[in-house]
Design a protein around this ligand. Structure first.
Ligand code: WTA
Length: 653
C-alpha cells in the first residue's frame, strides 16, 4: 500500500432525521422520483458506456462524433476517442441560435457594489476578442496560460478564450503567494499570465500584479503578462512583457472560430495539495469533463431555463471551474459571480445578493454556513429569500446543526439541500442527492450519481458491512475523471490507483448506512481540509523548515468549530534559537509568504523533540490527539521517548 489507507476508521455520527423531497418540487424536477433515480442508476450500471454515450449525444454539441466511447488501460482512460468538440462553443455559440442569445449568462457584482451583466452574446463577443488577443501574443493550441485573478468577469472570459483556441489554463487562486504562483507557473510551463492590478477584498485591495512580478523573477517560460485594470492600483508595467487588457481588447476582432479539439485535449490543469510538499497538477480534458459538468449541473441543481444560479466559491478552486462556469453555462443558465467576502460591508452581503437578483439556486460551503449562522439570524431575516428553491453544500462534511440552520433559516424549510461530495480529481459531483428524487439525511451526501460506482471498503478492498467505517473508492472510470498528474503519471498511479489496485481511491473515509446512504468522514491521509480548502500537512511543514530557525516540524489538523480544521504546527528549533512569541509570529508570516494566508498556522507549538517511532516516523496520530486537547489514546508502545509526550502537553498555547 502507498500508505494512506492505514488507520482503522471509527464512525461516531448517528443521525436519523429524514427529509423527503416535497411533491411540488419533485413534479417539476428533471429527475422526479426515487424510482426514476433507481432506473437511471441500474441502466448506467448495466452498460455504463452506452449510458454516457447517450448523454454525450443528447447534452453536448460535437463537431465530429467519437469512434470509441472508452479506452480504458488502467489507470489511464480516454473518453469519446476520436470525437471533436469545443468547450467554449458548447458554453456559448450553441446558445446564440435561440432566445438565450440575449439572456444573462453572467450577473456579476463587485465588492464595492458595482455590477455588470453579460448576455450570452456579450460573453461570446468578449471571449472571441480575448481569444484573438491570446493568439496575437503567440499563444497556440496546447500552450499553458496561467490565470491569477480576482473574481471578475474577465476571469470567466479568459478561461473560455483559452478553451476556444485549445490553450490549457491553469488557474491559481488569488490567495496564494508569489512563491506558490511561481512553482505552479514553472511546473505547468505557462507561456502567458493573465492578472489584474488588484481585487477588492474586505474593503481593501488584494494586490496581484506585484505578486506576479515577484513570481516571474524565477520563471523562464512566461513571455507575456496581460493585466486587467480593476482597482486602479499603482503597478509597474514592464515594456515588451506587460500589456493592459483593455488596450489589447480595443483593436481585437470579435470573430474567432472555436478550434475543433480532440475530446482528450487538455482543458485545464488545477493544482491541488497532496501528501508530499509539492502540489499536484490535476489534468482534465475536454469531452468527458464537459459531459460530467453538464449532466451533473442539470440533474443535481435541477437547472431550468428561468433559474438564477449562484455558487459562492472562488473560481480558483475546482468548484468554481465546474459549477460557476463550465457546467452552468453549458446548460445555458444564468450564473451569478461575486467578487468579495461574504461579510462585507455587513454580515448580510450574501443574503442581499440573493434578494437583489432573486437567486433560485444557491451553492456554498459548510464553513461559510457555520460562520454566517454564528452571526445571528437577524441578518438573513432582513432579506426576502423566498426566491430560493434549492440549496447546495460542498467541500467538507456538513454537520447536522449547520444543515438544519441552512434548511430552516435560509431555505425557509422549503428547499431541498444537496450535499455534494466530489474532488478536484473527480471533475464533477460523484455522491449527492438528486433533489426531486432522494430523501435527505442531514450530514449525508446520500447516494452515488448515476454512472458512478462508489463503495466503502476495508484495507483489503472488501466492501464493509453497513455502518462500519472504511475507505471511499470509485470502482469504474467516469467521463470527468482526472487523466493524470501533469508531467507525473507515476505520481498519478501511486496516489490514486495503488492502495486498491484497479480502483480509484479518494483519500476519504466514509461509511454506508443500512439504507445505502454514504456519510463522508473526512480525509484519511495527511491532507487537511481547512475552511473547505485542501492543504497538505507536508506543504506547511516544508514551508516551516525553509525558515532558518526551524530544524524540524510536524503539522496536524485540530478540530475547529468554523473552519472545520485548524492548522497546528509542532516546531523544533535549530540550536541557538529560543522559542518566543515574536518567533511564532515570524513563522506564521513565513508560511503566509511561502504558500498564502490560507496555510497560516493557527497554532505554533515549540518542542525539543517530536514523538517518533523507533524507526523514526513522526507519530501523527498522537500529535493530532494533543492538538485536539484529547488524551493520546493510540498505542504508544513504539514511542521512542515517552517524556516527549508529557512535555508537548505542557507547552500548550
Ligand atoms: C472534501 C472540492 C464531505 C473531501 C469539491 C474531498 C467533502 C475534498 C464534500 C476534496 C462533502 C468535498 N462532504 N467532504 N460534500 N465535498 N469534501 O479537491 O475530503 O478541493 O476529498 O474539491 O473535500 O476537495 P477539493
Amino acid at each position: 500500500m502507498a500508505g494512506k489507507a492505514q488507520e482503522d476508521i471509527t464512525s461516531v455520527l448517528h443521525e436519523n432525521r429524514l427529509f423527503k423531497p416535497n411533491s411540488d418540487f419533485s413534479k417539476q424536477a428533471h429527475i422526479k422520483s426515487r424510482t426514476a433515480y433507481n432506473q437511471l442508476y441500474k441502466k448506467a450500471e448495466k452498460d455504463p458506456e452506452a449510458f454516457w454515450a447517450d448523454l454525450a449525444k443528447k447534452e453536448l454539441t460535437w463537431f465530429k462524433p467519437w469512434t470509441e466511447v472508452l479506452d480504458w488501460k488502467p489507470p489511464f482512460a480516454k473518453w469519446f476517442v476520436g470525437g471533436k468538440i469545443n468547450v467554449s462553443s458548447n458554453c456559448l455559440d450553441r446558445h446564440l441560435e435561440g432566445p438565450r442569445k440575449n439572456k444573462a449568462a453572467i450577473i456579476w457584482e463587485g465588492e464595492p457594489g458595482d455590477t455588470r451583466t453579460l448576455t450570452y452574446q456579450d460573453l461570446h463577443r468578449e471571449v472571441c476578442q480575448f481569444a484573438n488577443v491570446l493568439k496575437n501574443k503567440g499563444v497556440k493550441k496546447g500552450d499553458r496560460v496561467a490565470l491569477y485573478m480576482p473574481m471578475i468577469p474577465e476571469l470567466a472570459i479568459a478561461m473560455l478564450a483559452c478553451a476556444r483556441i485549445g490553450a490549457t489554463h491553469s488557474i491559481v487562486f488569488g490567495g496564494f503567494s508569489a512563491a506558490a504562483l511561481r512553482d505552479r507557473i514553472n511546473d505547468a510551463g505557462a507561456k502567458l499570465v493573465v492578472t489584474a492590478d488588484g481585487g477588492n477584498r474586505k474593503g481593501g485591495v488584494l494586490t496581484l500584479k506585484d505578486k506576479v512580478d515577484e513570481a516571474l523573477k524565477k520563471t523562464e517560460s512566461v513571455e507575456t503578462m496581460i493585466v486587467v485594470k480593476r482597482t486602479n492600483s499603482d503597478v509597474k508595467m514592464k515594456k515588451g512583457r506587460d500589456y493592459w487588457w483593455h488596450e489589447e481588447m480595443k483593436g481585437a476582432s470579435a470573430v474567432c472560430k472555436a478550434a475543433q479539439l480532440d475530446s482528450e485535449h487538455p482543458l485545464f490543469i488545477l493544482y491541488t495539495s497532496g501528501t508530499t510538499g509539492k502540489p499536484k497538477g490535476i489534468v482534465h480534458t475536454t469531452g468527458g469533463y464537459l459531459l460530467g459538468a453538464t449532466v451533473s449541473s442539470k440533474w443535481i441543481f435541477d437547472l431550468k431555463e428561468n433559474d438564477t444560479y449562484w455558487c459562492t466559491a472562488d473560481i480558483g478552486w475546482v468548484t468554481g471551474h465546474t459549477y460557476i462556469i463550465y457546467g452552468i453555462l453549458s446548460n445555458g443558465a444564468t450564473t451569478v459571480m461575486y467578487e468579495g467576502v461574504p461579510t462585507y460591508p455587513e454580515p448580510d452581503r450574501l443574503w442581499d445578493i440573493v434578494e437583489k437578483y432573486r437567486v433560485n439556486i444557491f451553492y456554498t460551503a459548510p464553513t461559510a454556513i457555520r460562520a454566517l449562522s454564528r452571526l445571528g439570524n437577524e441578518w438573513p431575516k432582513k432579506h426576502d429569500l423566498s426566491s430560493l428553491r434549492l440549496l447546495g453544500s460542498v467541500g467538507e462534511p456538513i454537520n447536522p446543526e449547520a444543515w438544519m440552520w441552512y434548511h430552516k433559516v435560509i431555505g425557509g424549510g422549503n428547499c431541498p439541500i444537496v450535499d455534494t461530495w466530489w474532488q478536484t480529481e473527480t471533475g464533477s459531483i460523484m455522491i449527492t442527492p438528486l433533489p426531486g428524487a432522494i430523501a435527505t439525511k442531514p450530514g449525508s451526501a446520500t447516494l452515488p450519481f448515476p454512472g458512478i460506482e462508489a463503495e466503502v471498503v476495508n484495507k483489503k478492498g472488501k466492501k464493509v458491512p453497513a455502518d462500519v467505517g472504511g475507505y471511499l473508492i470509485i470502482k469504474r472510470p467516469w467521463p470527468s475523471m482526472l487523466r493524470t498528474v501533469w508531467k507525473n503519471p507515476k505520481r498519478f498511479k501511486e496516489t490514486y490507483w495503488s492502495d486498491f489496485p484497479g480502483v480509484y481511491f479518494s483519500g476519504d473515509g466514509a461509511r454506508r448506512d443500512k439504507d445505502g446512504y454514504i456519510w463522508i468522514m473526512g480525509r484519511v491521509d495527511d491532507v487537511m481540509n481547512v475552511s473547505g480548502h485542501r492543504l497538505g500537512t507536508m506543504e506547511v511543514e516544508s514551508a516551516l523548515v525553509s525558515h532558518p530557525t526551524v530544524a524540524e516540524s510536524a503539522v496536524v489538523g485540530a478540530p475547529d468549530e468554523i473552519k472545520g480544521t485548524a492548522i497546528c504546527a509542532f516546531v523544533t528549533l535549530n540550536t541557538g534559537h529560543k522559542p518566543n512569541e515574536a518567533l511564532k509570529k515570524k513563522l506564521k508570516a513565513h508560511v503566509t509568504q511561502e504558500i498564502g494566508a490560507i496555510a497560516r498556522p493557527d497554532q505554533i507549538r515549540f518542542t525539543n523533540h517530536l514523538p517518533k517511532t523507533r524507526s523514526g516516523k513522526i507519530m501523527r496520530r498522537l500529535l493530532r490527539d494533543i492538538a485536539a486537547g484529547r488524551e493520546a489514546m493510540g498505542d504508544t508502545s513504539t514511542l521512542e521517548d515517552y517524556t516527549v509526550l508529557a512535555k508537548l502537553r505542557q507547552d500548550e498555547d
